[in-house]
Design a protein around this ligand. Structure first.
Ligand SMILES: [Zn+2]
Length: 64
């Protein structure tokens, strides 16, 4: 359901939603959404992860 009068930050829809770098899932206001950003030669790069598990998988610290 879409409520155009609600204002909860960004206007996110499926076509502009970021995708998880690890699993490719669309991130639609995931409460556990993680963003990693850094600056590479003057450009800001960032990766999105849907939760800690995907972030840990990418960073090589996956808990066993
Ligand atoms: Zn994921």
């Amino acid at each position: 359901m879409i409520d155009p009068t609600s204002d909860i930050g960004e206007d996110v829809d499926e076509s502009t939603a970021p995708t998880c770098h690890t699993c490719g899932k669309k991130i639609m206001q995931e409460p556990n959404h993680r963003v990693v950003s850094w600056v590479d030669e003057g450009n800001v790069e960032h990766l999105h992860f849907c939760d800690d598990d995907c972030h840990a998988d990418w960073s090589g610290r996956r808990p066993r």
